[in-house]
Design a protein around this ligand. Sequence first.
Ligand SMILES: [Zn+2]
Length: 543
Amino acid sequence: MPEPVTVFVAREIVTLNRSLPRCTHVAVREGRIIGHGGAEIVAEFGATLDDRFADKVILPGFVEGHGHAADGIVWRNPYVGFYPRTGPDGQQAGGFRSIAEVVAHLTAEAAKLPDPTTPLTAWGFDPIYFEGRRMTAADLDAISTERMIVIGHVSGHIMNVNSKVLAACGYSRDSNIDGLLRNEAGDLTGELLGPAVMGRAARASGDAGLMREMDADAYRTYGQIARRVGVTTSTDLSNGCTPGTVAALTTATAAADYPIRIVPAMRQREYSVPDGIARITELKRLNTEKLHFGIVKIVADGSIQGFTARLRWPGYHNGAPNGLWYVAPAEFDRIVDAYHSAGIHLHIHTNGDEAADVATEMVSRAVARHPRRDHRHTLQHCQMADEAIFRRMATAGMCVNLFANHIFYWGEQHRAITMGPSRALRLDACGTALAAGVPLAIHSDTPVTPVDPLFTMWCAVNRLTPTGRVLGEGERITAEQALHAVTLGAAYTLKLDHLVGSIDVGKYADFAVLDENPLAVAPTAIKDIAVHATVLGGRVFPK
Ligand SMILES: [Zn+2]
């Protein structure tokens, strides 16, 4: 006897399935979609009707193509961001408008720690919003010179530390190491750029802090954060894949009530090339319906607002020196070639246009040497790519996942400070990517910005900054295109489009249940639609 069939009825169902784009009923058996159509399918499948969503709109569950499950762990440390945010406990945090406000908040947080030498770690800092000078070690020394203090920037690419951390790392005026920011006199400012010096500081602080290994609880917390905004599949796009992390992932996702599917991407940086290939091959054997290993992540450069992204001419608008290569171009070529020829799926972080240009060249060369169909190597962020880069990406068979949320969060800063008024117009150029025929996803990079696919759609459709300016009118895409980018488009970049991303027979019964249809409301209202529930594999998760 096959399992019984349940039919969910809704006011409207948007399927993203060309053979039946809109319907009102969807039939589910054994966690998968077995049919869709009108009221007649209840009888046709001998089903039980579930009408709890009768006045709601059902969409395919959202796919966050670039998120970090670390969103489920960062909140264990104080948040010191410019924009107020809601933590997993529902409490609002942040909203700091100056270095002085951040220091005052951390002084209060430090007072809560058990003793004067307990390290203090905070996250979410972003000085680009502040006028004038940057934070220095002296600012943090004013909080304490006895305890180590580490402040992570919201981009994840920069840290500020106090003198005690600099000393513990052995960093001084005489250190000849890349990534140590100096003032005009040549003294260290306490700002650390890039993973090498940041990793050392995090270890030296004696508090795992921002580099803490994920545990099963952190994955559970992330699952709840993502579910509440309609996500049913999320990447964890930078995963060390240590035995501890993998055990945490398998434990959390094995629970029947775990609400999302997770697609971890293994950080290439922590492995030699042969070890990395062996590790990802071994991890794929652990795949289940809710856990999908297979992607390897390479990081090419840093962040634009932190001035560590690699830019082509004319460089940073304010004259800041060019950013950092996280992998030297020669090494980059060797790594891409080895993973590509081993048949592995690559996602490559590129922020600046020089990084996107070089990454496209590396993939193009690897594809020429070892022709392989349907590799779907994806540039992540790819924020400053121009038309010519997108055309070469299309030729090389690449996909793109653009960081649409940046338009709102940093659009004004990119216009005034980093890119200037003209280049800022092509920030996260969704319109150009689609015109060039590059398969498109859009993302939040949570916890860099909060995960919320309806907000991400709103950004790509409206391109509004906080001042109400439309940044790059011609790059706006339609609500239909944006919905595709947060469902089927994102699933395609993950090679999961045969399983999730649309409502079609055989796919997982993964739905986002909303109060309104984002294709029917005013474009500026998309972000305000309430998520009522999600369904994962036919199981309902009420909000
Ligand atoms: Zn990221």
